[in-house]
Structures are given as C-alpha cells and as structure tokens.
Design a protein around this ligand. Structure first.
Ligand code: SF4
Length: 381
C-alpha cells in the first residue's frame, strides 16, 4: 500500500496581511454558511479521491491556508471523520493545522487535539505589536503568547512558529527578540521567511508608489545570517533552507514535498502530485464548491510530469534539504546516473563552493543555502 500525503486548503482569513498573495480571501462575519458549504464540498472531494486512489495509506495530513483555525473545531472534525471513513491512516500519521493567534481559544484547541490534530503551526511572524500591525496581522504578541500556552495545555507537544525578517522598520534587535521569545516558549520547530514584495498586495502597491521603506539589503542579510547561525546554537537543526527543528520534530508533511513523495491536494487553489501528474484546483471558491457538489473532480489544470521536468524538480527540491540528492535514489527513479545528466553543472557548483559531494549524496554548502536560487536554476535542463 503506497503512502501519500494529503494537503487540505482552507482559503479564508480574517483579514489579508499586507504582504500576502496566498490563495485566501478575507471573510466576513456572515461567512458561517459559506464555511459549511465549503467543508461539504471538501468532503465530497475526499470521496472522489477515494474512488481514484482506493489503495493508498495517508502518512501526513496538512490543513493549510488561509487560516484553517478560523473554522470551528466541529468543521475540522467533520473533514477528519470523512478522511478516516475513506482512507487508511498510518498509525503515526502527522496531522498539522495552521493556526493564527487571535482565532483560537482553549476550548477550540482542546477539541482540535481530541479530534486528532497532533501538530500546530502558528503564524506569529514577530513579537512587536507595532510591527505586527504594520504588516497587517490581526493578533498581538499577548495573544500569540496565550495561544501557545493554551495549545500546550491542550496537550500539543509539536508546535511550529513562522517568523519573518526583512520587514518594514524591523531591526536586528527586534528579530533577536522574536527568536528569544520562540526559544523561551520551548517551540519545537521554526520556519523563517524573508519578506517578498508581491504584486497586487498592499505592500506591492506601496512599493510601486515608492512609499514602502524596507531595511537596507545588508541589514536584511545580517538578519538572515543571524537566524541561520543562531537557531542551530539553540538546538534547532537547519534541515531545510527555511526550516529549523529540534531533532525528530521536522515537518514530515513538508519533507514529503522535498523528497518527491506523492500527495493529494484538496480545496480551492490546492495542487496535488501523484508522481507522474500534477493537478491544480481552481481558486474560485464558488466554482470549486459547484464542481464538488456535482461530484466532478474540481481540478482545472492537469500536467503530465515528463522525465526531464521530473529530474529537475527531484534535484532542486532534494537540494533544499540537508540530505541533498541521494545519488542511488536518483538512479532508482530515473534509471540514469546523476553524473551522466549533470556532471559539468555539479563540478562547476562544487568549484564555486555552492555544492558538496559524498559517495551517497550531493548537497548545498551553507553558502549554497544562501544562494539556493542560483544553484536551482543550474539544474534546469
Ligand atoms: S493569515 Fe496567512 S494566508 Fe491569511 S492573509 Fe495572512 S499571511 Fe495570508
């Protein structure tokens, strides 16, 4: 029985953060009916997938968004019940829910835990209220603090937080405070994100008008260096370019993306990967609901992954992790020696100090991690 991951997208947020171009919409107070309809559609999509993949076993389930914690615990429970009625789970299935402080209380966290969620990922981003407001977050640091305490009280012992750097008016000292806070809260996993300015966002518009003041490039680089050097000193191993974890608390779901494992993608805007095929659902929520209600697979884009595209992705996804590209796995997957395909590229990148090679694997050096995009582009055939 083949192991699969399952990604479930919840595309609703209380408010759009100023930097965000993720597939999510601001929901209003009257959206309870829409949430219900959306969850019914999701359950329908789960049934459709069972018919397509009757013999798979779920290894990880990930509720991402958007803000999955905006939903009531009962709606999340309904999804999990439908998944378990239709699929087999591994006994140690990792079930993550992305949560935002300000959308959870003790009661909801208790119910989520009882219903099977065993990992929480909180979007904290920073610990200064003024900065949180400036980037359009809905929560205060007091709420983040309380949310973590309540999550622990509910029995969660696998908690991740997201932290951002390179934010407007953010200084290195402010970032240090965020890291200290996470360490002090005994968080098991930290994801770091440098601010990206995306078109169509509040920050994108301000930037175009010259009204967004960002830290100088060298200050942002200092923040990156601080994070990558300091977090390992606190015991967080950098197991992927942007992810740090106490050993054994790596995100198994995200690792499956980087390790070329198949996953189903459910919900508006979600995409799935079955090894030889990629599919993408429409982001239009009404369209998604309508299709599911008619028992039609909602995906609108379908792409066969040919050998060349598969090799490229296999390499640059594997390179994101500290384990790098396993040479034997490459050979088993493609029936080719990696050196036959990439010999000159590998030698060139080793010479530049961006890659290292052992008998088993090819992986990024710390310089390579910093300039990952240069390396990845070289792996395009
Ligand atoms: S909470 Fe997350 S998904 Fe929602 S707007 Fe903010 S960054 Fe985007």
């Amino acid at each position: 029985m083949k192991n699969f991951g399952m990604y479930i997208h919840i595309p609703f947020c209380k408010q759009k953060c100023f930097y965000c171009d993720f597939a999510s919409v601001k929901s209003s107070k009257d959206d309870n009916l829409l949430y219900k309809q959306y969850i019914e559609a999701l359950c329908q999509e789960i049934v459709l997938y069972r018919e397509l993949f009757p013999d798979i076993c779920l290894d990880t389930i990930y509720f991402g968004g958007g803000t999955p914690s905006i939903l009531s615990a009962d709606l999340i429970k309904k999804v999990l019940e439908t998944v378990s009625e239709n699929f087999k789970f591994n006994s140690n299935c990792e079930i993550t829910l992305e949560a935002n402080p300000g959308t959870v209380d003790g009661e909801k966290l208790n119910s989520l835990k009882q219903n099977g969620i065993n990992r929480l990922s909180f979007g904290v981003q920073a610990v200064q209220d003024e900065l949180l407001k400036k980037i359009g977050r809905i929560h205060t640091i007091e709420e983040a603090d309380l949310a973590i305490d309540l999550a622990k009280k509910a029995g969660f012992n696998n908690i991740s937080v997201d932290l951002m750097y390179g934010l407007p008016s953010q200084t290195l000292e402010m970032l240090e405070q965020s890291v200290q806070w996470a360490v002090h809260k005994d968080i098991q996993h930290i994801s770091i994100y440098g601010l990206q300015i995306e078109d169509g966002t509040v920050f994108g518009n301000l930037y175009d008008k010259g009204k967004l003041i960002l830290p100088a490039e060298e200050d942002t680089e200092m923040m990156y260096d601080y994070l990558t050097q300091k977090l390992p000193k606190y015991g967080y191993r950098r197991y992927e370019i942007s992810n740090f974890a106490i050993p054994n608390f790596e995100s198994r779901h995200n690792l499956s993306y980087w390790q070329d494992k198949p996953y189903l993608g459910l919900g508006a805007g979600a995409h799935g990967y079955y090894g030889d095929k990629r599919v993408q659902n429409p982001f239009d929520i009404k369209m998604y609901i309508n299709k599911c209600n008619q028992k039609i697979f909602p995906y609108e884009a379908e792409e066969n992954v040919d050998k060349k595209a598969h090799m490229e992705e296999f390499c640059f996804l594997a390179l994101r992790t500290i384990w790098g590209i396993n040479k034997q796995k490459f050979k088993d997957t493609f029936n080719e020696d990696i050196h036959k395909i990439y010999k000159n590229i590998i030698l060139k990148l080793i010479k530049k100090g961006l890659l290292k090679e052992t008998d088993e694997a090819i992986y990024l050096t710390s310089k390579g991690m910093k300039f990952g995009n240069i390396v990845f582009s070289e792996f395009l055939l």
